[in-house]
Design a protein around this ligand. Structure first.
Ligand SMILES: [Zn+2]
Length: 418
């Protein structure tokens, strides 16, 4: 049987090496010792449904918890984000810590959490109830850090699906100008750190024609025939492997009956890239094909952007890499750097220092069988605490030039939605 969480928390304490300043070690130890309380909060948060665009109930709960934990004067903003500012030294840096409130599940999906030893099961428990609970307790621990700068805690809306990072964008609008670093928390991606935000764009391409009778009007333009030609041509596009760039026609709609020439048809296309320039190039290619097929098929074309997530990446050698690597070393689990689609996309797209960190190990994200193993949670909390504390005490990080698309040999695993 796996050792209980308390024992692992104790093991996490012992791993903290001499390289970490003593007061940071004390802070991280105190936090790891409260792992059970973090879990209790994660369960309570998870059991309040929060589909994207419907996070208000969960947000009010988080607001009450921030008040109860004494995290400054938290407020619920018009955007739906819950924000607490913990002012620090006037000349110190400002660090924003965020975790998204929303889930991919509809409000009627059962969210009661089952616990089997170190494993918690429920839709949304890892993505991202545990992240939000971690945000609360990290805020509580970091509040006491001597000589720190200003800490801003944001439990934000709209990270998932068609939320299009609306909550993170709202946080950027408010704090982008003064924040020196951004740390995005995810519950279930322990020891994986996202340093590159994959940018994505979703298009709806529609064709329209006059339509008609399949026998009497044979030969008239058909929107369905046209969209079929377009899908064939899109499928022949060979996007670059480096920077990794992908596309997928995920939905096809059109026509009304088998004996009518289709008057309308449309497709939904998802495009992603590690490099915004490559995404733009793919976007242009698709639009050119859509127009050429429309002209050749004698139909009207419309192209609408139905989703647009900005991207960006930390440039090689950015100091945030060494801050995270040092914290990972301190807990004895090296970090794997990867690209992904998270709230960190927003600051990264503006050239701000940002990283997404995971707190525990999970599986089945975005499915009803989602589970997290909180065995690593003391380590995840310790690591995030050391990263945040280090950033809160260092001189301001300078912004970098937006988008360095060279990958310079750093290994990148499959990118993931989180
Ligand atoms: Zn998530």
């Amino acid at each position: 049987m796996a050792p209980p969480v308390e024992e692992r928390a104790a093991a996490a304490e012992n791993l903290l090496g001499m390289a970490v300043p003593a007061d940071l070690t004390r802070l991280a130890r105190a936090l790891a010792a409260r792992t059970e309380e973090v879990i209790v909060d994660a369960v309570a948060i998870c059991e309040i449904p929060a589909p994207t665009f419907h996070e208000a109930r969960r947000a009010r709960h988080v607001l009450r918890r921030m008040r109860a934990l004494g995290l400054g004067a938290p407020r619920l903003e018009e955007t739906g984000n819950v924000v607490a500012e913990l002012p620090g030294a006037a000349d110190g840096p400002t660090v924003v810590l965020t975790a998204h409130l929303d889930t991919v599940f509809e409000a009627d999906v059962p969210v009661r959490v089952r616990r089997e030893g170190a494993v918690l099961r429920a839709p949304g428990i890892g993505d991202n109830s545990l992240g939000v609970a971690g945000l609360l307790w990290l805020g509580g621990a970091l509040r006491a850090l001597p000589g720190r700068g200003t800490l801003v805690l944001v439990a934000n809306t709209c990270e998932e699906g068609l939320g299009d990072l609306r909550g993170a964008r709202a946080a950027w609008d408010r704090y982008g100008a003064r924040a020196d670093a951004w740390i995005v928390l995810e519950g279930a991606t322990f020891n994986r750190a996202v340093y590159a935000g994959v940018c994505s764009r979703r298009l709806e391409v529609g064709y329209r024609a006059a339509g008609g009778h399949s026998w009497l009007d044979f030969g008239r333009p058909s929107a369905v025939h046209a969209i079929g030609r377009l899908v064939d041509q899109i499928a022949a596009i060979r996007p670059p492997r480096e920077p990794r760039t992908t596309y997928n026609v995920g939905v096809l709609r059109g026509g009304t009956t088998v004996n009518s020439i289709a008057a309308s048809a449309s497709l939904l296309l998802d495009m992603r890239s590690e490099d915004p320039a490559a995404l733009d190039a793919l976007d242009r290619t698709v639009r050119d094909l859509a127009a050429a097929v429309a002209a050749a098929s004698d139909v009207e074309v419309s192209v609408e952007v139905v989703g647009d997530r900005p991207g960006g990446r930390l440039p090689d050698g950015h100091p945030l890499f060494s801050v995270v690597n040092a914290a990972a070393e301190a807990v004895g689990v090296p970090v794997e750097w990867e690209s992904g689609s998270t709230d960190a996309n927003v600051p990264l797209s503006h050239g701000a220092a940002a990283v997404c960190l995971g707190l525990a190990r999970g599986e089945g994200a975005h499915t009803r069988d989602e589970a997290v193993d909180v065995g690593a949670l003391p380590l995840g909390l310790t690591q995030a605490c050391l990263v945040a504390a280090s950033l809160l005490r260092r001189p301001a990080l300078t912004k970098f030039a937006v988008i360095d698309s060279t990958s310079a040999g750093r290994s990148t695993r499959e990118s993931v939605d989180q």
